[in-house]
Design a binder for this molecule. Structure first.
Ligand SMILES: [Fe+2]
Length: 307
């Protein structure tokens, strides 16, 4: 009996090995995580933005296949960068109230340039810079890593001061951290990167008259000015599968050196006035699979601007 059982087991194993590659290739991928990526909400009391924010979050969570995780992509409030303390408080209060009312899914946040308070004017307030946003979003650091469902997540902080404005980059400390995180991650673990400002994007070319002088010029505030060293860093291990961003309010996909860079539109569209260029207000649903692959779809939620 033992012999025959062993025979059956050996036979079954041999059968599995003998299955042709074409059959194995047809086996479905195993989805391990479904993510809603909602970026550039720009919530404010005007333009029914609170209502729009709630509509987008509810729409994402009511998908037939619900998300396991929500990633926000920065520019969560309309603008704190040049705003007064009172105006900034109004916007963060609205963000927190709306989120509390309509969130039933785990969430991880990313900070955008418009979430940074009052850089142009140094009044010495402790909440100045990223502190207020970090407090409002319950973040200990503006960049961090975590693991979920066998994937590693690296959340970046893209915004650094330049003059009275900002530039998109990682400072040396954050770049060292990122290098260390990737070095410590097994090559077999797929990695998802989340930043507010795109590391690499095609749509950044079309945001403004960037060719008006006869040469293409993409501002360092539109796309990471340090993209060259980041792209090289990602290329080395080969397991950085996808990098999500927002900021431009346009939608694109760039495949470069083994990483896919997705710029995922904007919940607010053109700051709640309707579409931004060809891009409708929306968010992305991203599926992550056990084999390190992913797919992504941009979903509109029927937002209509005030007439
Ligand atoms: Fe934005």
């Amino acid at each position: 009996m033992n012999l025959s059982r062993r025979h059956v087991l050996v036979g079954a194993a041999a059968g599995a090995l003998a299955r042709p590659a074409s059959v194995l290739a047809q086996e479905p991928r195993r989805r391990v995580l479904r993510i809603a990526h909602l970026t550039d909400v720009h919530v404010q009391p005007e333009k029914r933005a609170g209502e729009g924010m709630a509509a987008a979050f509810v729409h994402a969570q009511n998908q037939k296949e619900r998300p396991d995780l929500i990633l926000t992509g920065g520019d969560l409030v309309m603008d704190a960068f040049g705003a007064t303390k009172e105006r900034t408080k109004t916007q963060w209060d609205l963000w927190q109230r709306t989120l509390k009312d309509c969130l039933a899914t785990p969430v991880e946040h990313c900070i955008g340039n418009h979430d940074v308070w009052n850089w142009p004017r140094d009044g010495g307030e402790p909440e100045r810079g990223k502190r207020w946003a970090m407090d409002a979003l319950s973040l200990e650091k503006p960049y961090r890593s975590f693991e979920r469902a066998g994937w590693k997540f690296l959340v970046l902080d893209s915004t650094f001061p330049r003059g009275t404005g900002y530039v998109a980059k990682l400072d040396d400390e954050q770049f060292e951290w990122l290098s260390g995180e990737l070095a410590a991650t097994p090559k077999s673990t797929p990695v998802l990167v989340l930043s507010h400002i795109p590391i690499l994007a095609a749509c950044a070319y079309f945001d403004g008259d960037n060719e008006k002088d006869g040469d293409w010029k993409v501002p360092g505030a539109w796309m990471h000015i340090d993209a060259r060293r980041i792209v090289k860093l990602f290329h080395k291990p080969g397991n950085v599968k996808v990098a999500l961003s927002g900021h431009i309010h346009l939608l694109d996909r760039v495949d470069y050196l083994g990483t896919t860079y997705l710029c995922n539109g904007a919940v607010c569209g053109g700051w709640w006035g309707g579409n931004y260029q060809e891009c409708e207000p929306g968010y992305a649903m991203v599926n992550l699979y056990a084999d390190g692959t992913f797919d992504s779809e941009y979903v509109t939620y029927g937002w209509k601007a005030e007439g």
